[in-house]
Design a protein around this ligand. Sequence first.
Ligand code: HEM
Length: 199
Amino acid sequence: MESRAKVAGHAVHPMLIVFPLGLLATAVVFDIIHLVSGDIRWAEVAYYLIGAGVVGGLAAAVPGWIDWFAIPQGTRAKRIGLIHGVGNTVVLVLFVLSWLLRRENPGVPPTEAVVAGLAGGGLAAITGWLGGELVERLGVGVDDGAHLDAPSSLSELPAGAERGVVSRSAMPSRYQGVERRAFPQPAYAGVERRSRGAH
Ligand code: HEM
């Protein structure tokens, strides 16, 4: 199911989630190093990482919800997407709480602030897995007709367009997404054709 929020032909959500995932996970690791070493600089950096990670998470959530609203009702993807989205919202709330609790003295965070960060990191591991499930298992954000020889996302051709499958001449001059539904191709179309000896 094709993503609705795209830049340069690719879904925006997976581009942006690297910020919250990387920044917030690193903050948790820095908190642990601070606990072990007692060096306040690790906790201070964790404070800034959490602030940046929350901002990144809010930005990533926007295309996430746009894509979720486009998923058909009553599907497993809709349910998993909801758990993923709400779960990640809880993750962000936990890190906001952690950030607020350490604002007074970032170098010496109270235990509650560290626990909130650990809880947020643990929950993010689960919601992140659900994100992978959405893409790899349920095909959310994967162009319809995607296959191993699909043309470039910048070509304005549907992913199912391939020599012998959907010819360029059969395509309207400017692909606008409607043709995708007229020429649906399974994700394995290219492989299957090769295994049958087709060219
Ligand atoms: C901090 C916030 C979030 C993080 C870290 C996050 C993380 C992820 C990850 C790791 C994936 C899999 C990407 C891939 O394998 O290419 C994913 C996919 C997805 N997430 Fe999120 N997510 C967040 C927020 C949300 C929210 C609020 C929603 C709203 C429902 C949402 C909806 C989706 C959808 C629909 C997909 C499928 C791929 C796509 O549409 O681009 N996510 N997310």
